[in-house]
Design a binder for this molecule. Structure first.
Ligand code: AMP
Length: 308
């Protein structure tokens, strides 16, 4: 089954303690799409300006990503800047230039409307609703959001939350959305609004998937090389939802495996600037990393040792 993603396609300026990149390929839909492309067919709906470099389009097309829903508008592409210190979980946004993204009005091409799975990346909830209205009947709809929309348009966001099956957000967004400091209690509130599954991303500490009557925690892989964590959350979402779209395994076992693939794709993303690692993986490397997670987390139950 295919997956359609609607979100930003960007040129990023990123600075980390390990180096600096300007005008690098980025955006939520790009990270998501590349990560998901190792599992299933991906369709991107977004907008870029006429300045968007052709090699970036070629890179996405070479991964088999369908770009017929990517609009090219007169003007400049969305640009975002971020700076990280040694704590890579904390970043400072240095600038956000919306440019053509400010007027983004997602039009789902006729031939995309029956796509089985849809991921609404971090865009205005009103646009997320608009996308859902254009889809004929997706089997699975998922969304991401951010503090800006949680604070600015809570009613619209709540309306989208009532219509999606899966929510992927980070831990601070989870607390803010539910207005509840305890993540587990917050997750219960959010699940009560409609979604079947909430995945709380915790940066380098991995993620927790919450369903109504069970949960599953996946660690982040302690990496030897971390260069740039930009896009890791979207890459997690791409691996997670890409695997579920490919297998249709919306079961506790399938969701556990999806969470491992999500964490694996997030880990690759961090190993280089921009999409330099994420765009050039071999399936065998993803497979090996999946096994690393298995070794990292596996243990056998032993009864508690008692004094003789
Ligand atoms: P992440 O590190 O997963 O939060 O994703 C970072 C990516 O999101 C970067 O490539 C940015 O271009 C993009 N981005 C940053 N701010 C926004 C925004 N307000 N709306 C949409 N995309 C954004």
């Amino acid at each position: 089954m295919s997956i359609l993603v609607v979100g930003s396609v960007a040129l990023d300026d990123v600075e980390t303690p390990f180096g600096k990149r300007t005008s690098a390929l980025g955006g939520a839909a790009v990270y998501f799409g590349l990560a998901a492309s190792y599992f299933t067919d991906v369709r991107i709906v977004g907008v870029v300006g006429t300045d968007f470099p052709q090699p970036h389009l070629d890179l996405l097309a070479n991964r088999g990503i369908d770009l017929r829903g990517l609009q090219v508008r007169e003007g400049a592409t969305f640009r975002w800047g971020g700076r990280y210190g040694y704590d890579l979980n904390a970043r400072e946004t240095t600038f956000t230039d919306l440019n053509v993204f400010a007027e983004f009005n997602p039009t789902i091409p006729e031939e995309y409307r029956a796509t089985e799975n849809v991921f609404l990346a971090n865009i205005a909830p009103s646009l997320q609703l608009n996308v859902l209205d254009q889809m004929t009947a997706p089997q699975s709809a998922a969304l991401d959001t951010m503090d800006f929309w949680i604070e600015g348009t809570p009613d619209e966001l709540r309306r989208v939350l009532e219509r999606v099956d899966i929510v992927l957000i980070n831990d601070s967004e989870t607390r803010e959305l539910a207005q509840e400091p305890n993540i587990r209690t917050a997750a219960n509130s959010i699940l009560g609004w409609g979604p079947q599954l909430l995945v709380v991303k915790k940066g380098e500490h991995g993620a927790i998937a919450f369903a109504n009557d069970w949960l599953f925690a996946v660690p982040g892989l302690p990496l030897e090389t971390i260069v740039d964590p930009t896009g890791a959350g979207d890459s997690f979402a791409g691996g997670f939802l890409g695997y579920l779209a490919a297998t249709g395994e919306i079961t506790p076992e399938g969701i556990r495996r999806a969470a491992i693939y999500g964490s694996a794709m997030g880990s690759f993303c961090c190993e280089a600037f921009s999409v330099d690692r994420l765009a050039h993986l071999e399936p065998a490397q993803i497979d090996t990393r999946f096994r690393e997670f298995e070794h990292l987390t596996r243990f056998d139950y032993e009864p508690l040792l008692q004094d003789a």
